[in-house]
Design a protein around this ligand. Structure first.
Ligand SMILES: N[C@@H](CCC(=O)N[C@@H](CS)C(=O)NCC(=O)O)C(=O)O
Length: 213
């Protein structure tokens, strides 16, 4: 398998965690967002959406991190990323989608660059925008995690789920923009535990082949 990835891409970070949890060896193919390599013709031919990540498996290319992670979960069932009861699965998906659909898209590179370049916003305004939307999303997520986490080690119950795979990269992004996380103690505690797990640690942006410090 080949993963088209960028060290700081939180959507690629999700897939790296998922691949590690499933114990799947993969070849990272790095695409530098800063050099617009995700907009080059060769990459658009593979992934017409022009975003990172994409996963190539048996001559098929998949895009969208959630679609990729669900594909991996269906092809490689253990360990399962979703609980067995439908209502529990819906709770986990609700937390994961809060990040993937409501938080991350507003804070993606192209959105921040549009604020900077087209709308001529300065860096302080862009940071305020970032922090506003991540905090707005984390408010609900904090309450959901309080209700569903068993021991403040996982978003739901006492095992790693899809929600955890999305939480850790979003926390990394939030810290990168120095977001005040003091109102989200449950999310902070869960992420701190998850970051100690080897599958999460090996997926960190700081230790990827294209990491730039
Ligand atoms: N919903 C997509 C989001 C993918 C995405 O936005 N990737 C970012 C990196 S985290 C990207 O490629 N950004 C390039 C850009 O904004 O131009 C997914 O989950 O895969």
């Amino acid at each position: 398998m080949k993963l088209y990835t960028f060290f700081r891409s939180s959507a690629a970070y999700r897939v790296r965690i998922a691949l590690n949890l499933k114990r799947i060896d993969y070849e990272p193919v790095t695409k530098a967002l800063g050099r617009n390599e995700h907009r080059a013709a060769d990459y658009l031919a593979l992934n017409p959406q022009g975003l990172i990540p994409a996963l190539e498996h048996d001559a098929t290319v998949l895009s969208q991190s959630l679609a990729i992670i669900e594909y991996l979960d269906e092809e490689y069932p253990a360990p399962a990323f979703l609980p067995s009861r439908p209502r529990d699965r819906a709770q986990v998906r609700s937390m994961a989608l809060a990040i993937a659909c409501d938080i991350h898209p507003l804070n993606n590179l192209r959105v921040l660059n549009y604020l900077r370049e087209t709308l001529q916003q300065d860096e302080a305004s862009v940071t305020t925008w970032y922090r506003h939307w991540v905090s707005a999303g984390f408010e609900g997520l904090e309450r959901q995690a309080q209700a569903h986490s068993s021991r403040q080690r996982h978003c739901f119950g006492d095992a790693v789920t899809l929600a955890d795979i999305l939480l850790v990269p979003q926390m990394f992004n939030a810290r990168r923009f120095a977001t005040d996380l003091s109102r989200f103690p449950t999310l902070v505690a869960i992420s701190a535990h998850l970051e100690t797990l080897p599958e999460f640690a090996a997926a960190r942006p700081e230790v990827q082949p294209d990491t730039v410090v």
